[in-house]
Design a protein around this ligand. Structure first.
Ligand SMILES: NC(=O)c1ccc[n+]([C@@H]2O[C@H](COP(=O)([O-])OP(=O)(O)OC[C@H]3O[C@@H](n4cnc5c(N)ncnc54)[C@H](OP(=O)(O)O)[C@@H]3O)[C@@H](O)[C@H]2O)c1
Length: 284
């Protein structure tokens, strides 16, 4: 409903997609839909309630979505927050780990059957369903420390954020190996983008950063391209960035750690692990 997510919603609506906004604040979601309809009259925009910091809310959202749709073409895991003070999800996870990483992890697994329907269109695994993850260049500063999942002492915002964004990227890489044919997983860094995500930063700090931030339009277009662009069909396991250099940290590429995180996340989220499908076609 704001920033990069709103921008990609505009672009997807412009291209004729049915856009489903899954948001925690229905007032903001309604305002976002109105803005999209103003710019793209006749756009198909549906609103759903989704709070990624609650497993129950995630299950409820998937149930509501499945009542209206029997398939899903593309899932964009965009939501993210950067709280300056330590907060916790409903299940007691530190909010950045739980809301930015583990919530989307659960959501993705629960939506898998609907992505599978799209994947099997035209024959088993011949279709084109996609998952896109909003990671960040900040993943390079991250370290996976499973002991911090339920809280940090002391809490420092940047390591917690960086870990959550590293988690997004490692999940994307792990998924790329595990997803059945016809479903792909890609990740992106949107660039440094002027958006409400920085609302809790001290004003002087934001003022220093602001000249270096870009608008949400280019990353919005990139996310839409990864989600539905015909030029991206079949690409899997890529990491894209609006700004360069586009560096993937060695931690993000560590397959053993990806597996450890994946398995533990399945236990936390109470979902069955996907098994490896083998060879993948890697994106450039
Ligand atoms: N902006 C940047 O420079 C930058 C750089 C690298 C990566 N990113 C990533 O890009 C993504 C989008 O960020 P943005 O810059 O567009 O920020 P934004 O405008 O603040 O958008 C974040 C969105 O996530 C939603 N959200 C946060 N926590 C949620 C929860 N628990 N459940 C449901 N929705 C939740 C927010 O909802 P509310 O409006 O209700 O808060 C908001 O709609 C994030 O994943 C962020 O980490 C951003």
């Amino acid at each position: 409903n704001s920033g990069i997510g709103l921008s990609m919603a505009h672009e997807l609506a412009r291209q004729g997609a049915i856009v489903c906004l899954a948001c925690r604040d229905q007032g903001k979601a309604t305002a976002a839909r109105n803005e999209i309809l103003q710019r793209t009259p006749g756009a198909q925009v549906e609103l759903y309630k989704l709070d990624l910091s609650s497993f129950a809310a995630i299950h409820a959202f998937v149930q509501a979505f499945a009542q209206r749709h029997d398939r899903l073409d593309a899932l964009i895991n965009n939501a993210g927050a950067v709280p300056m003070r330590q907060q916790f999800t409903q299940e007691g996870f530190e909010l950045q780990f739980g809301g930015n990483y583990l919530g989307p992890f659960l959501l993705t697994h629960l939506l898998m059957p609907l992505l599978q329907v799209t994947a099997d269109e035209g024959g088993i695994g011949r279709g084109d369903a996609r998952i896109v993850h909003l990671s960040s260049i900040a993943h390079n500063l991250g370290r996976i420390d499973l002991d911090t999942a339920k809280g940090r002492k002391p809490y420092r915002v940047l390591p917690a954020y960086a870990q959550s964004k590293l988690g997004n990227l490692m999940f994307s890489h792990a998924l790329a190996r595990k997803l059945p044919a016809g479903i792909t997983s890609q990740a992106m860094h949107p660039g440094g983008v002027a958006s409400p995500i920085y609302r809790e930063l001290p004003r002087w700090q934001y003022a220093v950063m602001r000249p270096f931030l870009i608008g949400p339009e280019r990353p919005g277009k990139l996310a839409a391209e990864l989600a539905i662009g015909s030029n991206r069909r079949g690409e899997n396991g890529g990491y894209f960035s609006i700004q360069h250099p586009r560096i993937v940290s060695s931690a993000a590429r560590d397959q053993a750690m990806q597996e450890t995180l994946y398995k533990q996340s399945c236990l936390w989220a109470e979902v069955s692990p996907l098994s490896a499908r083998g060879t993948i076609r890697r994106a450039a």
